[in-house]
Write a protein that binds this ligand. Sequence first.
Ligand SMILES: CC(C)(COP(=O)(O)OP(=O)(O)OC[C@H]1O[C@@H](n2cnc3c(N)ncnc32)[C@H](O)[C@@H]1OP(=O)(O)O)[C@@H](O)C(=O)NCCC(=O)NCCS
Length: 183
Amino acid sequence: MSNVVLTTERLRLVPFAEEDYSLFLGLHSDPEVNRFLSPGPQSMSEMEARQKLSTYMDAHERNQISKWKLETVSGEFLGRAGFSWQQDPASFEMGYSLKRAAWGMGYATEIARGLVSWFFKTMPDDHLIAYSASEHKSSQNVMVKSGMKFWKEMEKHGVACRFFRITREEYLQDQILSAAVPA
Ligand SMILES: CC(C)(COP(=O)(O)OP(=O)(O)OC[C@H]1O[C@@H](n2cnc3c(N)ncnc32)[C@H](O)[C@@H]1OP(=O)(O)O)[C@@H](O)C(=O)NCCC(=O)NCCS
């Protein structure tokens, strides 16, 4: 596949296309998937799903950095993962949402680690953030397992959130340390 953005051991990311709309709507029609996302614990409206999908397609088209379609290396749809630009704090944010059947298998951690590495190899930025509602511990676990550290608490869209961050220096330091561990 020529348009693959990133591949890990079990997963790959590819840009979204118009024909992914029903997969995307299917992902976000599960209230449990949306519990800590903008719709809250209900299905996402078709209008919001269309808007989000076209935002992701536009961002990829313009800047080659976006939220992408997450699938297994054999092509099974799992969800979405990637980056979006945040105005406050002005930073790229890493995010991921997987269909419920794919939770608890380490896929989110695997893709988050791949994304952190892709980001510092591809982008000039000196840091990357991620955040979630303060009570969303499984998402924060993924952030920590991708090398991020707790940064601060801050409200976002009226919700108390915990922000995590990794700097380029920390990323490079982690690389040096993991390379030094004997096999
Ligand atoms: C947040 C979300 C991505 C977390 O998914 P998850 O399944 O808990 O995370 P992982 O895929 O990394 O799985 C981790 C768990 O799988 C298990 N696991 C099984 N095989 C594993 C492997 N090879 N590697 C790592 N973990 C593995 C572990 O028990 C681990 O749990 P632990 O971290 O408590 O020990 C998922 O709940 C989701 O998509 N939610 C809906 C959307 C959402 O809320 N997105 C985030 C918004 S901020």
